[in-house]
Design a protein around this ligand. Structure first.
Ligand code: SOE
Length: 402
């Protein structure tokens, strides 16, 4: 039997996303029949000791401190970018120009300008058969994939309203330390780009529609925090060194949508890391003329479905446990009723990316999709800066949806 071709992977970054992506690369080939075998070749990070420790723990062959080494290495086929947003453009463009397939964490970039340059490089590379994808992993949660199928089958009818609230609370303690996610230079924005990007991408992915105009507001609740390493608990002694928070702590915006199943719909969006008690609650609700769906990431194996065409006496939200083999990805995991977790979406992401590479197809979400999300985030910030005036998302052509 001929051996499957191998894809040698280099991953940049070893924090939370580095750990999650490592699990995806390690586990996907064991549960899905991939047409190519990913080889976890090199993990890259600036701190030699810490990246070597991550290599050992996550199961990579080599560790490296300079990303340029792997971009210049002819044996590397794939570069997976899990480092802070400020590094995405330089690394992704260099890797694409070197004919490496690129998976880049979300949001695509810190600015529209960077995202445009990345999308241009991706388009040039695609003409040479080089593939690129943005790591909006929640598209690959089975309940979300199932909801999208229901929308595409017309089960919701015309979608008139969408709600997407991404609620976390890990910043509620005002004495919590500064991190790179609170520094505009490193992260580009705060809750808006970090988690609001997921809400925007998911609504557009589910409906095939695009946010066309937005009216938003952003706010920063805690302007300064102790520098990392000098943290104080709820009742600790105050740290001497403090850093300025230069990003939004919460973003709220309304939107009008165009095209797809939500043509003409209005939407309510929220992204906050101060929703006390909400740990990782990404709540999506689509309200249509024939039905509705409701999803909460904190109950990620469930989908609430309402069929407005049922006899009046039978109508109500139905709780679907999305663990049947008929549900997307689930045939490859456990028997019915056995739930999967946050990390499984990263295995699905690796599967779909490797399948696209071996099939010579462009995976989704593309860098062009990532650029569109970046334009939405930018429009929200422009709206917030002008007293929440309705602001157009710069025309960037129709979203590419299969
Ligand atoms: C933010 O806390 C965060 O880590 C996001 O950056 C990830 O994209 C999301 O999957 C989980 O929450």
């Amino acid at each position: 039997m001929t051996e499957a071709p191998r894809l040698r992977v280099a991953m940049i970054g070893y924090g939370f996303m580095g750990a999650a992506h490592s699990q995806g690369w390690r586990v996907a080939p064991r549960f899905f029949d991939l047409a190519a075998e990913p080889v976890m070749s090199t993990i890259v990070g600036r701190d030699a000791a810490r990246v070597e420790d991550a290599r050992r723990r996550f199961g990579w062959e080599r560790s490296e401190t300079d990303w340029r080494q792997v971009v210049d290495d002819p044996s590397i086929d794939v570069v997976d970018i899990c480092s802070p947003g400020s590094s995405h453009a330089e690394i992704a463009i260099a890797a694409l120009d070197a004919d490496k397939h690129v998976l880049c964490e979300k949001p695509l970039a810190n600015t529209v300008g960077e995202a445009e340059a990345m999308a241009d490089a991706a388009a040039r590379a695609a003409a040479r058969g080089v593939r690129s994808m943005v790591g909006f992993s929640y598209r690959r949660v089975p309940a979300i994939a199932h909801a999208r199928a229901l929308v595409r089958e017309g089960r919701l009818g015309t979608i008139r309203q969408v709600r997407a609230l991404y609620l976390q609370d890990w910043l509620t303690d005002e004495n919590g330390p500064m991190t790179w996610r609170l520094d505009k230079e490193a992260a580009g924005s705060g809750s808006l780009g970090d988690i609001g990007a997921h809400a925007v991408d998911l609504v557009e992915h589910l409906t095939g529609s695009a946010l066309e105009t937005v009216s938003g507001t952003v706010t920063t609740f805690v302007e300064e925090r102790p520098l990392l390493g000098e943290t104080v608990g709820l009742s600790g002694t105050a740290s001497t060194e403090r850093g300025r928070v230069t990003v939004d702590d919460a973003a709220w915006f309304t939107a009008r949508l165009t095209g797809g199943a939500a043509e003409g719909a209005i939407g309510a969006f929220e992204a906050t890391r101060y929703a006390t008690g909400r740990k990782n609650s990404l709540r999506i609700e689509l309200s249509g003329s024939r039905g509705a769906i409701a999803f909460d990431l904190e109950s990620m194996n469930e989908l609430q479905v309402y069929d407005a065409t049922d006899p009046a006496g039978d109508q109500g939200f139905k709780r679907i446990i999305v663990t049947e083999p008929e549900h997307p990805y689930m045939a490859n995991w456990w028997p019915t009723g056995h739930a999967i977790g946050y990390e499984h979406a990263f295995s699905h992401e690796v599967k779909d990316f490797v399948d696209a590479i071996t099939a010579g197809a462009d995976p989704e979400p593309s860098f062009a999709d990532g650029l569109h999300v970046q334009r939405v985030l930018d429009a929200v910030e422009r709206s917030a800066a002008t007293g929440s005036a309705w602001t157009s998302v710069e025309a960037d052509g129709a979203r590419k949806e299969s």
